[in-house]
Unconditional design. Structure first.
Ligand SMILES: [Zn+2]
Lengths: 360, 681
């Protein structure tokens, strides 16, 4: 055993004892950082270029050949002991430091996220898009057209004769040039059939205008949605099937429909259609009270429908002895009001953000 | 329309309860809205469609019930009677306007005692919502509700010359009607007159002077058929709608006049005494029945409704409805009380509604091609979603606006000088006769409304049509617009703390986001002189060089019209310009393999300097130049600086300082050359 390493051993034992006696418990961030600096100094003092150990290593040339292996082993073992002690101290201090720093960054995780308030889609848009999606998946093409129309498209082609009550100007807005603001989206039926010919399956959502003074259930502008299917062999059974299918997709598979005879100039035969109330499932009662959307009847009256009148087909150049078709239509505001229990449909056009932001 | 359950039972035997009756009627298209109890009777409130005036009577409703009951109506045959010979009748009734009065019948009853009606009649009238007046007036009213034929009774002794002339009014002639209103007439109106003057507005309302009073002893009962359009026009022109005009303008049964007259006369003689005279019937041209041809009604029902109804059942339903199939023929004769049966499809509906719509199967049409959205629907949907994510709420405003907005806004919809406004003949919302050429006024109304409700931080958008041009018989154009309005600060979803105040650059950002969402090139913003915007904070928006709209701070004069005291930023774009711009295609560039070098350069500029000119000038043909971007602009004590970052990069090597310096100097020289600007030391 060489004397130099022997002399170093007790010194190093003290240093190692000091290092392993470091207790991080209860240290403040400052104390911890001070201790960490001390350990860094220790590392330089014991393992640095000018340390005793470094000097020892340099002296290896002076060691006799037979002692050299043992000497090297001693030095290495000393070096390992020191390194282990320092690294152990460093890592416990580093862990503690990280903990202390993270603790200083502790936040109240229940505070809200930093999110810009999102805007909203108009409820009419929301419902229109949902219904469009359903019909596109059923093979329908979405159509729209002019909102200001000639009498021909708004009335004549729809088999509404000159003296028909629906044509009286108290219902229809006219421009000073004598054009009509379309009073129903059925105008799109005509233009689409002219453009595309038959067979045809279209859904036409859009704005329509009637001279109603605004009140809780009327606005002079509103939205209608009109469906049209013309092909060989189309019957009222297909009308019933189609209307029932999309209502099921919108309101659930238990929805049932009811068709009642009615009258529209552009269909023959004609029918109004109702569907079983989505709220009370047709029972008329909800949570022990009279159900509101259906007014206790269990049925919600939705729209008009029927087989396209032969005069309408003829007006579009379609032979009614070869082709037949159904059409149906309904108002989006009324349906939206019913779905969301909105008591006053004027809200739809007032644009009070307290109303708008409820719809996403 | 009120139907008495008891009166219905006078016309047909049935044992349905009032509720069952209501269901049976609703099922065939006579929608019963409610059933009420009145005294010992039930009243069914029926909402009739406009094509069924024949059901404006108990007779018509009973006929609808007769199909499912498969039972005859309890109607006595009309008594055959020779009418008064025309030579004699002419002394009592003369029809001068037979184009407007297709049939006129009358009967004189002498020795009548006018007085109160018996209790049963008072009650019957009460249950259908009518007030009792006197026996004669009540009887005519009652028979109208029973059989559907309006009629009028005159005091014969008050008719000058004791006679009736049916003629057009002379212009300026006057009559005071039963409602005690003096009405001025014109030559389009059909009048029942005596030898001198009008005594009743034909088919609408009687005159007050010739009416039945307590002193009346001799009655002339008029039961007639008038031209529908004429009655409608007269009723409208006089602003006078009555139960009679309502029925006449929709159409009564011209071949039912004698039955109705006989029924009323019988009741008058029974309840008021008196002796009836001869029946006067002026019916110059008998109405011909409409013939509908159907070669195979059962097949047609099947073709249109899918229902299987055999020919026997079709014929049974149609016969009960009075639609008689001519023996051994394919011709069906429409009854005189039905004005709505003209084509085979009408017959199909009659069969289908009585056979029952509930029996129609429910099936989907055979599969067909794929569905399609409107061509730009997916892109508009993404624009809506992008704006909504930015905090904009979608608004919807009326398409008609007040004329007061005229000339206050520069209109992006006006593409040439002769584009006029589109105007409505009249409005239901006061002043709103202009079809909007811009959506800004509507959106500003919404801003105003929300500020009133203390919502100070707003972001709104609308997508919709504007209307412009047309005239000379041309339909106006209907361009689609995207319009935004914003004011106040950025808002956070879950805290009340206001964010940054919004300004022009938030409005621009919205339009840039829209362009980015659509994948089109970034719009270009140039100083705008739009009159509704504030000079210096207004920009015209160009997309691929095409003017698409404007954006900026609302002009103070408009803001004050709306009583807006805060800065409001608005923008409006022609949606079709955005949608027709071609999306930029994606061209992949290999990732840079060598580091680039950036140099920030600051220029001292004056306040009116435009960054866009610097961005355009900061360029060179040298491929080592890798573009520039704004760092920022700063202003203090009237001195303004702009700092931009110039980037340099090579694809095949790391640039040396000398190389960078050389290109950089070229770029700076170009800036100096174009703008006369040198970097600030
Ligand atoms: Zn319900």
């Amino acid at each position: 055993m060489d004397t130099n390493t022997e002399q170093l051993k007790p010194l190093i034992a003290d240093e190692i004892a000091a290092l392993s006696s470091i207790n991080v418990d209860g240290l403040s961030l400052d104390e911890c950082e001070a201790k960490r600096r001390e350990v860094a100094d220790t590392r330089i003092r014991l393992l640095g270029k000018k340390s005793e150990l470094a000097n020892l290593k340099k002296s290896i040339g002076a060691i006799t050949a037979e002692d050299r292996a043992a000497f090297a082993q001693n030095v290495q073992s000393l070096e390992r002991e020191i390194t282990e002690a320092i690294e152990s101290a460093e890592s416990s201090l580093d862990r503690k430091l990280a903990d202390l720093k993270n603790e200083a960054e502790r936040v109240d995780v229940t505070l809200p996220g930093r999110r810009i308030a999102p805007g909203s889609h108009h409820p009419i848009t929301v419902l229109r898009q949902r219904i469009e999606d359903i019909f596109v998946s059923m093979g329908y093409t979405i159509e729209d057209d002019r909102e200001i129309e000639t009498d021909y498209y708004n009335f004549d082609a729809l088999n509404i004769p000159e003296n028909h009550p629906a044509r009286e100007s108290q219902d229809t807005f006219y421009t000073t040039d004598g054009f009509a603001l379309r009073s129903q989206t059925s105008t799109v039926q005509i233009r689409a059939m002219e453009r595309r010919g038959v067979p045809i399956r279209i859904l036409a959502p859009g704005k329509v205008f009637r001279r109603d003074t605004p009140d809780m259930t009327h606005t002079p502008m509103f939205h209608q949605l009109e469906g049209l299917c013309v092909d060989k062999g189309i019957t009222m059974a297909h009308l019933k099937g189609t209307v029932t299918e999309w209502l099921k997709r919108l309101f659930g598979p238990d929805t049932v429909t009811r068709f009642r005879p009615s009258y529209f100039p552009f269909t023959e035969p004609s029918a109004e259609f109702d569907f079983s109330c989505f709220k009370c499932n047709g029972t008329g009662e909800f949570e022990g009270d009279r159900c509101r959307p259906c007014k206790g009847s269990g049925w919600i009256e939705l729209g008009g429908s029927g087989m396209v009148h032969p005069n309408v087909l003829r007006a579009c150049g379609v032979d009614p002895t070869v082709y037949s078709g159904f059409a149906f239509g309904f108002g989006l505001e009324r349906m939206t009001a019913m779905m969301y229990n909105i008591d006053d449909i004027r809200h739809m056009f007032e644009n009070d953000v307290r109303f708008l932001e409820q719809f996403r | 329309m009120n139907i008495s359950y008891n009166l219905l039972k006078d016309l047909i035997d049935f044992d349905l309860s009032p509720d069952e009756t209501a269901k049976a009627l609703t099922r065939v298209g006579l929608a019963v809205e409610g059933v009420h109890t009145v005294g010992g009777d039930f009243v069914l409130d029926i909402d009739l469609t406009s094509n069924r005036p024949d059901c404006l009577s108990h007779l018509g409703v009973a006929r609808e019930l007769s199909i499912s009951l498969d039972r005859e109506l309890k109607l006595r045959p009309v008594e055959a009677e020779m009418p008064m010979p025309p030579v004699l009748a002419g002394d009592v009734v003369r029809v001068d306007a037979s184009d407007l009065c297709h049939r006129f019948t009358a009967r004189i009853i002498r020795g009548v005692k006018v007085g109160p009606s018996p209790q049963w009649l008072v009650e019957r009238l009460e249950s259908i919502g009518e007030r009792s007046i006197n026996n004669v007036a009540d009887i005519t009213n009652y028979v109208m509700h029973e059989l559907g034929q309006p009629m009028h009774s005159f005091d014969l002794d008050k008719l000058s010359g004791n006679r009736i002339v049916v003629r057009r009014a002379a212009d300026g002639e006057k009559i005071t009607t039963l409602d005690e209103v003096e009405r001025e007439l014109d030559s389009s109106m059909l009048m029942i007159c005596d030898a001198e003057k009008p005594v009743a507005v034909a088919g609408v309302m009687g005159g007050i002077e010739s009416g039945i009073s307590d002193e009346t002893t001799n009655v002339l009962l008029e039961v007639a058929y008038f031209d529908r359009a004429s009655i409608r026009a007269t009723s409208r022109n006089l602003g006078l709608a009555t139960e009679a005009s309502y029925r006449f303008e929709r159409g009564v049964d011209i071949d039912n006049l004698k039955r109705a007259s006989d029924r009323a006369v019988e009741l008058i003689c029974e309840l008021a005494g008196g002796e009836k005279g001869e029946f006067i019937d002026i019916y110059p041209t008998h109405q011909t029945a409409t013939i509908v041809v159907s070669n195979d009604i059962s097949a047609s029902v099947k073709r249109l409704t899918g229902l299987n109804v055999d020919e026997v059942e079709c014929d049974r339903i149609l016969t009960r409805l009075g639609i008689a199939r001519q023996p051994d023929s394919n011709e069906y004769k429409s009854p005189s009380w039905r004005h709505d049966i003209a084509i085979e499809e009408d017959l199909v509906e009659e069969v289908a509604r009585h056979f029952g719509y509930e029996n129609i199967e429910s099936e989907l049409p055979p599969a067909y091609g794929a569905g399609e959205y409107l061509p730009s629907e997916d892109r508009i949907r993404s624009v809506r979603s992008a704006l909504s994510a930015l905090g904009f709420s979608e608004a919807m405003t009326y398409s008609f606006i007040d004329v007061e907005h005229d000339d206050k806004f520069d209109l992006v919809t006006v593409q040439d000088s002769n584009s006029g406004f589109v105007t409505l003949k009249d409005a239901v919302i006061e002043g709103a006769v202009r079809m909007r050429p811009t959506m800004l006024p509507g959106l500003l109304d919404a801003v105003r409304l929300n500020l009133n409700y203390q919502r100070r931080n707003l972001k709104l958008f609308e997508i919709g049509k504007a209307f412009i041009g047309g005239g000379n018989g041309q339909l106006p154009s209907e361009p689609r617009l995207l319009t935004i309005a914003l004011t106040g600060s950025e808002v956070f979803a879950s805290t009340v703390a206001d964010g940054r105040g919004q300004d022009l650059f938030d409005a621009k950002a919205a339009f840039e986001t829209v362009a980015s969402t659509l994948g089109i090139s970034m719009p270009e913003f140039r100083s705008s002189a739009a009159k509704h915007l504030t000079a210096g904070r207004a920009a015209d928006v160009y997309v691929d060089g095409v003017l698409a709209g404007s954006v900026g701070r609302l002009h103070d004069s408009i803001a004050s019209n709306y009583k807006l005291k805060r800065d409001v930023f608005v923008g409006e774009l022609l949606l079709d310009v955005l949608l027709s711009a071609s999306p930029e295609s994606v061209v992949y560039k290999p990732l840079p393999r060598f580091p680039g070098v950036s140099r920030d350069v600051t220029f001292a500029v004056d306040r009116n300097f435009q960054y866009s000119s610097l961005a355009a000038a900061a360029t060179t043909d040298d491929t080592l130049f890798d573009g520039s971007k704004l760092v920022g602009t700063f202003e203090r004590d009237g001195e303004r600086t702009i700092t931009i970052r110039l980037n340099y990069r090579s694809d095949d090597r790391t640039l040396t300082d000398n190389e960078v310096e050389a290109v950089h100097n070229t770029v700076l020289a170009n800036i100096q050359h174009s703008l006369g600007l040198s970097p600030k030391a």
